[in-house]
Design a protein around this ligand. Structure first.
Ligand code: UT7
Length: 334
C-alpha cells in the first residue's frame, strides 16, 4: 500500500462531435453495426487543437480542482502515443504553458495502458519525500493515426485528454494506492501497430533499410487484428483486476467502481462476467467518447468525481490494455 491521494482531476474534449451517421458518410458502415458491435454512438475528434493544447486545458482544470499552484508541481508525466513532436516531449510543452518551472517532465508511451503505468509511477515518486505533487495528463489525438478509409478502425477511436493531480496522503487520510498489477507481452506486438519515421540519410546503401517488423502500413496509420486484441483485452482486464484485489486482500464486491479502458462495450461486459462483477460497478463512457486510448480512464474518473458519484473512501479499480501489448490495473481508495 502506498499513501497517495488524488486531489484534483480535469478533462478536455474537442467541440467536434462525429456521430455514427457521419461516419457512414465516409465509409461503408451503419449506426446499427457500430452500436451493436462496439457500443459507440459518437466520438469527439480534434477540431484542429493539438495534443499538447488538450493536455494543458485538462491540466489547468485538474490543478484548479486540486487547489494547487503550478509552482508546487514536482513531476509532470504526459501519457500519449499521439504526440505532436518527437522532441520536445509533450510534458515539456505543458510545463512551459503552465509555468511549472520546478517540475521534471517526460512523456510515457504505454499506449492505452499509459495512465495506469503513470499512476503506478506517481506513487513511487511520492515515496521520495522531496516530491509532493505529481501531475499526470493523458492526452490523445488518436484521429492522427487513423485511416478514415478503413471502416474496421476509424469508427472506434476518439480524441480527448484527462488529468489527475496526485499528492502524498496524510496520516488522517484513508486514501491510498492499495495495489497495482502491470504487465507487457511484447511478443504479441504485431496485433496493434503504428509505424514511426523510417531510416533515411544520404549515406544509406540501396535496399539497406530493413523490412518492417510487423507487416504494418507503409505510413503511420494503425493496423489492428481486432479479434486478437479483443481476446487479450478480456483476459488481462479481468485477471489483472482480480490480481490487484487479491494482492490488497479485499473482496471484489467491496469495489464501488471498476473503470476499464474504454475500447468496446462488449470487452467490458465480457470481462465483467469473467471477474463476476456487478454491472453497476462497471463504468462506461464508450457510447459518447469511443476509444480515446490512454485518456479514457482519467476521462471517466473526472466525470465520476465532477458528477458527485465518487466519494472519499470509495474503492476503485482501473484497468488499461493496449498496444505493446501492455496492460495494467490499479486499485485505490479515493
Ligand atoms: O485500445 C485497444 C484498441 N483496439 C480494440 O480494443 C479493438 C478490439 N476489437 C474489437 O473491438 C472488435 O474486434 C472490432 C470492433 C474491431 C470488430 O468487431 P468484430 O465483431 O470482431 O468484427 P469482425 O472484425 O469479425 O468483422 C465482422 C464483419 C466483417 O465483414 P465480413 O468479413 O464478415 O463480411 C467486417 O468487414 O464486420 C465487417 N466490419 C464492418 N461492417 C460495418 C468491420 N468494421 C465494420 C464497420 N461497419 N465499421
Amino acid at each position: 500500500m502506498q499513501r497517495m491521494k488524488i486531489i484534483g482531476t480535469g478533462s478536455y474534449l474537442p467541440d467536434l462531435v462525429v456521430t455514427n451517421q457521419m461516419m457512414a458518410s465516409v465509409v461503408e458502415t451503419s449506426d446499427e453495426w457500430i452500436t451493436s458491435r462496439t457500443g459507440i454512438s459518437q466520438r469527439h475528434l480534434s477540431s484542429g487543437e493539438p495534443t499538447w493544447f488538450m493536455a494543458v486545458e485538462a491540466a489547468r482544470k485538474g490543478m484548479e480542482a486540486a487547489g494547487v499552484l503550478t509552482e508546487a508541481i514536482d513531476v509532470i508525466i504526459v501519457t500519449t502515443c499521439t504526440p505532436d513532436y518527437y522532441l520536445p516531449s509533450t510534458a515539456c510543452i505543458v510545463q512551459a504553458e503552465l509555468g511549472a518551472s520546478k517540475a521534471i517532465c517526460f512523456d510515457l508511451n504505454a499506449a492505452c495502458s499509459g495512465f495506469v503505468y503513470a499512476l503506478d509511477m506517481a506513487a513511487r515518486y511520492l515515496q521520495d519525500l522531496s516530491i509532493e505533487h505529481v501531475l499526470i495528463i493523458a492526452s490523445e489525438n488518436v484521429s492522427k493515426l487513423v485511416d478514415y478509409g478503413d471502416r474496421s478502425i476509424c469508427v472506434l477511436f476518439g480524441d480527448g485528454a484527462g488529468a489527475v493531480v496526485c499528492a502524498r496522503a496524510g496520516q488522517e487520510d484513508d486514501s491510498a494506492l492499495l495495489a497495482t498489477q502491470l504487465g507487457s507481452e511484447g511478443q504479441n506486438g504485431q496485433v496493434l501497430v503504428s509505424r514511426a519515421l523510417k531510416i533515411s540519410h544520404p549515406f544509406l546503401a540501396d535496399g539497406a533499410v530493413w523490412p518492417d517488423r510487423f507487416g504494418s502500413h507503409e505510413d503511420h496509420t494503425l493496423t489492428m487484428e481486432g479479434q486478437e486484441v479483443f481476446k487479450f483485452a478480456v483476459r488481462v482486464l479481468a485477471d489483472s483486476v482480480l490480481e490487484t484485489v487479491a494482492k490488497a486482500g479485499v473482496d471484489l464486491a467491496q469495489l464501488r467502481y471498476i473503470i476499464p479502458h474504454q475500447a468496446n462495450e462488449r470487452i467490458s461486459d465480457a470481462a465483467a462476467r469473467r471477474m463476476k462483477a456487478e454491472p453497476e460497478q462497471i463504468i462506461s463512457r464508450i457510447a459518447d467518447l469511443g476509444n480515446t486510448s490512454s485518456a479514457s480512464i482519467p476521462l471517466c474518473l473526472d466525470e465520476l468525481i465532477r458528477s458527485g458519484r465518487l466519494d472519499r473512501g470509495d474503492m476503485v479499480a482501473i484497468c488499461g490494455f493496449g498496444a505493446g501489448l501492455t496492460y495494467g490495473a490499479a486499485l485505490f481508495v479515493y
